[in-house]
Structures are given as C-alpha cells and as structure tokens.
Design a protein. Sequence first.
Length: 258
Amino acid sequence: MKLFKEYFGEFLGTFILVLFGCGSVAAAVLLGVFDSLLEVALIWGFGVAIAIFVTRNSCPAHLNPAVSLAMCTLRKLRWKKLPFYILAQTLGAFCAGLLLYFLFSDAIVVYESVNGILRGSAESYKSAFYFGEYFPNPGLEQVLPITVYRACFAEFLGTFLLVFVILKVTEKPEQVDNSTPLVIGLTVAIIICLIAPFTQAGLNPARDFGPRMVAFMMGWRDAALPSAPYSFLTVYVLSPLFAGAFAAFAHKIMLPKV
C-alpha cells in the first residue's frame, strides 16, 4: 500500500502539472485568451507548485524522470524504483493529455477549419503543439531557426538548471518548507521564458512523451513527432535525462566535505 501511494502520488502530481501547463498552452493557441509567453510560463510554474503541494506528503514529488534519475544518482531514490516512477509520471502526463483532448476537441476542430489544417498532414503540427513540444517553436521558425544539436543543448541547459535548483533547495530536509514548491515553480516559469522560444521548453520527458502519444493516437500520427527523425527522443527525452544526471554530479561536487 505504501508503494502504491508513492507511485500514485507521482502519477497524480504529473497529471496536475500537465493539465494546468498544457491546458494553458491549449487555451492560448486555440482560444487566444493569453497575450504573452510570460502568462503561460507563470501558469506552468504555479501548476508545478500546486502539484508538489498536493502530492509531497505521499511521495517525493519528483514529477519528472530527470529529477528521479538525479535522485537515484545521489542515492536518494533506489534504482529499482526508477522504472516505476517514470511509468507513473508518464501515465499521469498521458491521462492529462487525454483529458485535455476531450476538453478542447471542438476548439481544435474549429481552429483546424479556420486555419485550413488537415489533421495528420505535415502541417498539422500547428494544431498539435500543445500536446508535445516542437522546435523551432511553431510560429518562430523564420525568427529562430534551430538545429537538432542546438535544440538538444537548449533542453539540456533548461533541465540542468531546473534539476540543480531542485537539488539545492531540497538539500537539507530542515530547509524544505511551504516556500520550496513556490521556488521550484518560479524556476520553471523563468526557464520557460528563456528556453521556450527555441524548443517550447519541455524540461520533462514524461510531460512531453505522454501528451505526444495522445496526439499520435488521436489522428495527428507522424505530425505528432518533430520533423527531424527521432528528435522527439534525442531532444525531449535523452537530453533532459542526461541533464538530470549531470545536475546530480554538479550538486555532488559542490557539497561540503565532511
């Protein structure tokens, strides 16, 4: 029962952050209710903070495979739990993406009709990018052209900063209080403002892969994947995971010697 509670906490927390975060992107893209990246970034940040608040008493509230990997590297999480954490987080993200699809399904149809988008065509990523991430950021292709390598670096940098901050603010249990989730959420918002113009700022393999699979299943097919072959894996899964491990290494070498 204790393990189920732990895994369900990771599921629920990731569900909440994706529901709020991807929901804000959907509202901005499909309904035009937000005017700036900052508004969406702040909703993402508050969504993360709320998800941590809700679940931190039942699980470590990693809510991100990159964070879980970092914790395993630092021996704060047993390696044998890692696959179950990742599975729970990805399922939470998938279920949130599924709920958002049914919530916004009519709005998606209207958006596609108005903009002449045929779902499943190469151009239909323009109605799918609130599920999974794309690079260059849709709408900024001409302003910020970006290669796969630079996209990998952007996701690596953003995730490294996020995980490093998380490790620092949770370094000593006595320092963790009600302000900690807010600090983490604010960090997410700031990083999104920096990285999102390039790659939409995934920063979380579960958050990206789960909703992306919803788009794949709901008619977008190959358009649910970035145009560069396997870049959804290299940019949005592997780069954040490497960043999490590297953040753990950087955190470890900065610890005071005893």
